[in-house]
Design a protein around this ligand. Structure first.
Ligand code: GLN
Length: 255
């Protein structure tokens, strides 16, 4: 049985696509079968609400999660006026584009290893009329950065699930593996980003990461080893979810 919410979402997506009422019944039945198989509703409707916007999504990108809205909220509060920022592993572009939409003073460069995902992000950029404030680059953030400008902050929701745990969550099998797999201990991307991208942070710059609910202690360690202090913030479910890394200021003694 379709839940009321799912049925409403499906019908409004049929309407947007100009599908006639006579066709609804067959399409609803087909969608119900897909949902039973575990396919995310967002891939069926082609749209996912996120923060105060709606994003086009398909199987090329991870479906934006409410947890990630918390990262956006922190960034909106912390971004200095006029910032230029990087969004690493941008996927659908939901983080970067929500920041740009809600803060007209910001500009961004967004990166992803998947050229396919950047097509989705570009589609969202055009839909939201933000093309003049963001550039996109295919980039493997596990390797040294090829970009040469500095950023006021670097934000990322990288893949952070342990390789061996992904199959514990059957619902994730519909989403791109490369957007989820954080390596053996789930931390590959944090280590690599801190190592490869710190040199691109402005002197007062910071990293803002989405993290797994059980990764705070590991991230604090990674940050400390690289000379960063680290603050952790919870999501609305009460789980650790956001890490803020700032360069430790070198203390000079009085001369
Ligand atoms: N939050 C996602 C999940 O647990 C994982 C996203 C990610 O790896 N960045 O389903």
């Amino acid at each position: 049985m379709l839940e009321g919410y799912e049925e409403r979402e499906l019908i409004s997506s049929f309407r947007r696509k100009g599908i006639s009422k006579n066709e609804y019944a067959a399409l609803l039945e087909a969608a119900e079968k897909e949902l039973e198989r575990g396919r995310p509703l967002a891939y069926i409707t082609g749209e996912q609400p996120f923060y105060n916007l709606a994003f086009y999504v398909d199987e090329r990108v991870l479906v934006p999660r409410p947890d990630t809205e918390r990262v956006v909220e922190k960034a909106l509060a912390l971004a200095p006026p006029g910032s230029f920022f990087a969004d690493l592993c941008t996927g659908s572009g939901c983080i970067a584009l929500t920041l740009l939409y809600n803060r007209r003073d910001l500009t961004a460069a967004a990166f992803d290893i998947s050229a396919d995902s950047l097509e989705v992000a570009r589609r969202n950029t055009e839909r939201l009329g933000l093309s003049d404030r963001i550039e996109y680059h295919v980039e493997d953030v596990l390797k040294p950065a090829s970009f040469r400008r500095s950023f006021d902050f670097i934000i990322s929701n990288p893949p952070y699930i342990k390789t061996g745990s992904i199959s514990d969550y059957p619902s994730l099998s519909f989403e791109p593996h490369s957007a989820l797999d954080g390596g053996r201990d789930g931390l590959d991307f944090y280590r690599a980003i801190v190592e490869n991208w710190s040199c691109l942070l402005s002197p007062d710059g910071f990293f803002l990461f989405e993290i797994g609910y059980d990764q705070a202690a590991d991230i604090i360690k990674i940050a400390g080893n690289a000379g960063f202090s680290c603050g952790i913030f919870r999501d609305y479910g009460g789980n650790d979810r956001v890490a803020l890394l700032k360069k430790k200021q070198v203390q000079f003694g009085a001369l």
